[in-house]
Design a protein around this ligand. Structure first.
Ligand code: BEZ
Length: 329
């Protein structure tokens, strides 16, 4: 063996052993999210963890941290940017605070109902927005989930959205929804999900912006029993992986994680879509006064909202076009 071969062989063997051990290296991942244990997001995060563990023959373990155990979403994004947190299911709310383009997904009446929301979030137009995430946030966007359509729940009777005029109305802390409630004359009050029940109970807020599922599982109807079914907005979620963690994963692991997580994000969408009608029926069977509102009742607010957001979120036009196309299919 000549000299070159004598030193090259051990080096190459070392490299291939290293390469093998990187792709086969067992990993303990952490996945954070803000929703409580019974929420569908948390259930599917755990189902993703279980399936990834099984598909990797026990190699990959994902520990799920629900209920803001790792902090709020802003803190979780920071942790993912440093690589301290591996993965998260985040509301688009937090992303839209960092990347205004995502505000387009919160355009009032971008979709008319949950079926349209599901189809739009699975469309190439919506998924294409995720390509901008690594550059703007250092996160890899795997796909969307969602919660139910947004409704208005009030302590006092409300017949139309304008009845919230001057009322302290809880919103998830993000700008597109704040601008919508400002435009209808309400006093938007940003509060994270875990603070909502007490805020309704102690009168800190008069009304809340919420979905059927959370109203039921977190029992908000006990504290406010006037429901205005407005379906004014969809509520997307995104599954993300830290870019720092991603770059150290083997190609095979990236594919495995992406495909497995995406299938559970799709399940989140399907489950919300499948249960929405039943949840409405359930709420109607409780001690809740239900009224329905229309898009026309907030047309001025929509115009005002678009004036602010169309320049900040240029993909709004393409999303509206895709939503219209899906509606006619
Ligand atoms: C909310 O802030 O209203 C919310 C957040 C996550 C899931 C459902 C609702």
């Amino acid at each position: 063996m000549n000299y070159l071969k004598r030193i090259a062989l051990p080096i190459m063997t070392g490299v291939s052993i290293l390469a093998l051990s990187v792709s086969a290296q067992a990993r303990d991942f952490k996945l954070g999210l803000i929703t409580p244990v019974p929420h569908i997001w948390t259930q599917e995060a755990q189902n993703f963890a279980d399936e990834l563990n099984q598909k990797s023959n026990g190699e990959h373990v994902v520990k799920v941290f629900p209920s803001r155990q790792l902090g709020n979403e802003a803190q979780m994004v920071q942790q993912m940017q440093t690589g301290a947190l591996d993965m998260a299911f985040l509301t688009i709310a937090e992303l839209s605070n960092r990347v205004p383009e995502f505000g387009a997904l919160y355009a009032p009446y971008l979709v008319d109902n949950i079926d349209e929301a599901a189809a739009l979030l699975k469309s190439d137009t919506a998924l294409g927005l995720l390509n901008t995430l690594p550059q703007h946030t250092g996160l890899i966007g795997v796909g969307y989930g969602m919660a139910g359509m947004r409704q208005m729940l009030s302590r006092d009777p409300i017949r139309v959205p304008a009845d919230l005029d001057g009322k302290k109305t809880r919103i998830t802390p993000f700008e597109p929804i704040r601008d919508f409630y400002n435009a209808i004359g309400a006093a938007p009050t940003p509060l994270p999900l875990p603070a909502v029940y007490d805020a309704l109970a102690n009168g800190q807020v008069d009304a809340i912006d919420m979905d059927f599922d959370s109203i039921l599982i977190l029992k908000f109807y006990e504290r406010a029993n006037n429901l205005l079914i407005s379906n004014h907005m969809m509520f997307p979620m995104v599954g993300v992986v830290s870019g720092r963690v991603w770059k150290d994963l083997s190609k095979a692991d990236r594919v495995l994680i992406k495909e497995t997580m995406k299938s559970h994000l799709d399940k989140v969408i399907d489950r919300f879509q499948g249960q929405e009608q039943g949840l409405e029926t359930k709420l109607r069977s409780l001690d809740v006064v239900v009224t329905e509102s229309t898009k026309g009742q907030v047309s001025d607010a929509i115009t005002e909202w678009e004036k602010t957001w169309a320049p900040k979120a240029p993909s709004l036009g393409a999303l509206r076009k895709t939503a219209a196309e899906l509606r006619t299919q």
